[in-house]
Design a binder for this molecule. Sequence first.
Ligand SMILES: [Ca+2]
Ligand SMILES: [Ca+2]
Length: 243
Amino acid sequence: MYKIIGLLGLGVILLLSNPVFSEGLDYSPTIYDPIKVTISNTFDDVIFDGEWSFKQEWKASSLDSFRFNGNDLILRTAHQDDYMYVLIDVLGDITNDHMADRAIVCFDGKDTSKMADDSDWCYVATRGSKNAHTLNGGSPVHRTSHFHIEKNHPDLIAIGGTSGENDRYLRTPHAAYEFRIPIEQIGFENEYGFFMQVFDGKTVMAYPNEHSGKYPQKIPSPERWGMMISPDRSISSEHFNQN
Ligand SMILES: [Ca+2]
Ligand SMILES: [Ca+2]
């Protein structure tokens, strides 16, 4: 009897753990894979122009690939000195949707809260624009997922553009977003809550991918974000070495 209940229980767990999405999008990897950020030393050479500017530009960074509706999205992440670096290479976005192509990355460096608090930071890059936007949690407004617009850190870069000629993955012109985020704003931690939201016109691709779908999509509660970790715990030690 117990055996049967056990098998039934296992079946239910397998059903629950097998991600099934009503939109019929196929997703990979599994939703809870943490992003493992690499320590790098080549990032003084990066040109922030919203594209893969030269062949080696983002080579020394972590690689995570996702698949949305048959199209690939490449996420490259690294940290060096006081900055976190993020490239989102949206290979599947070959349509230039003015102001509707954009990307958001969010970091939660402290204890995770149900409602976004002042330790939660999001950065917005828009395709074809150098104007970065910073969002900080702690707002009482539910409609904005408890984020409000904050003045940009002077060292912040978030830029969207069109990548192609020198792109490591695809020469067909497509959307790409480059970020340089001052770690002092998000905190020198070896583990962050991490969320990525990429808009291609009316399609939203996200990490974790359960937040993907049709526009609009809100920024989910930080409890439902994924994770970024520094496997060698070099973010906190970098900071320690500098002080
Ligand atoms: Ca570039
Ligand atoms: Ca587009």
